[in-house]
Design a binder for this molecule. Structure first.
Ligand code: GLA
Length: 325
């Protein structure tokens, strides 16, 4: 069977999230199947810029060098987020909260250092991650960014990013982006940015889904709604959990029935993605094999989940075959 990247070559990029470790362990799979990489953690603020005067590029450089060597594209993930972000960014020497001007100055220095280092290899950046709230009664997430800067941090971040990487496509990225209530808020926020001529070029739908939801009519309706913004759509963090989010049960092995349901879900989902190949420019899986999935630790610690296309030994699963049209 030809690799996914070749199978989908005339449709969209096929990516995977990697770490330095999974890159070494899964090199053959990556080179055969994928033409885009995202650092699962290595470019997050807390990892790459742990102290104001210290950057740690080691892991990110390893992935970027691999991408350069093998002519793979990269997605940069992520610049502005409320999680895995260094605390020093928001505090002065005495530990008191700093002003929005100070946060912006520090963010600007961060973007300058990180974005310029990878301009040759990163084609798309997640500039702002997860700024919209899940609760129907709240619009923006009540994050430290929001508390210090108000909603202005979102547009500021895009303008700054555009200065530091004028050729990169700039994305807003979020989870539950296919849930109609949250989807409508994301769309409202992006329309508002577009009215102010903010340089935003794409919307990233993370795609942490499960074998039960959402149904394909909802996926279709959401893609059409985002497409109406005139932006490119990328699926940025796809995995299909075997468990509903509230299900905390544990399995030693995945049952044949669950793996069939997963395969069927992947098949139907990629059918929809192919239908919208003009709107979708890339689909990234959040990991290479089931061994490396974050879902083995979340939301239940040490519970295996098996959400990806390759099993723990790196063998293609039924769901892999199902997305080869
Ligand atoms: C979110 C983030 C990702 C990652 C996942 C879990 O979706 O955007 O960077 O942390 O959670 O791995």
């Amino acid at each position: 069977m030809i690799g996914l990247k070749d199978q989908y070559a005339d449709k969209f990029l096929i990516g995977a999230a990697v770490s330095k470790r999974s890159l070494e362990a899964c090199e053959d799979i990556i080179l055969k199947e994928f033409n885009s990489l995202t650092c699962e953690n290595a470019m997050k603020f807390g990892v790459i810029h742990p102290q104001e005067d210290r950057y740690d590029f080691e892991q990110a450089d390893a992935v970027a060098d691999f991408a350069r060597q093998h002519h793979l594209k990269m997605r940069g993930h992520t610049l502005v987020w409320h999680n895995q972000t260094s605390e020093w960014l928001f505090k002065d020497r005495e530990g008191k909260p700093v002003t929005s001007e100070c946060v912006y100055e520090r963010l600007d220095a961060h973007m300058q250092a990180v974005m310029s280092r990878y301009t040759d290899v990163i084609a798309a950046w997640d500039v702002v991650n997860e700024a919209i709230d899940d609760k129907p009664e709240d619009f923006y997430r009540n994050s430290i960014w929001y508390n210090i800067c108000g909603e202005a941090f979102i547009e500021k971040a895009f303008f700054m990013a555009n200065q530091h990487a004028p050729n990169a496509a700039l994305f807003y990225n979020d989870y539950n982006a296919l849930v109609p209530g949250k989807r409508d808020k994301i769309i409202r926020m992006i329309r508002n940015l577009q009215e102010k001529d903010v340089p935003i070029h794409g919307v990233g739908l993370q795609g942490h889904l499960n074998i039960y939801t959402p149904d394909m009519d909802t996926v279709r309706a959401s893609i059409e709604a985002y497409a109406s913004l005139g932006l490119q759509i990328q699926i940025t963090e796809l995995d299909i959990s075997l468990f509903q989010f509230d299900d905390r049960s544990v399995l030693d092995q995945p049952s044949a029935v669950l793996l069939e349901m997963q395969s069927d879900y992947y098949r139907r989902l990629f059918e929809v993605f192919r239908e919208y190949q003009r709107e979708i420019s890339s689909v990234t899986l959040w990991g290479v094999t089931d061994h490396y999935s974050w879902l083995n630790h979340f939301p239940v610690k040490n519970r295996k989940n098996w959400p990806l296309l390759f099993d723990e030994q790196g063998r293609p699963k039924m769901c892999y075959t199902s997305i080869h049209p």
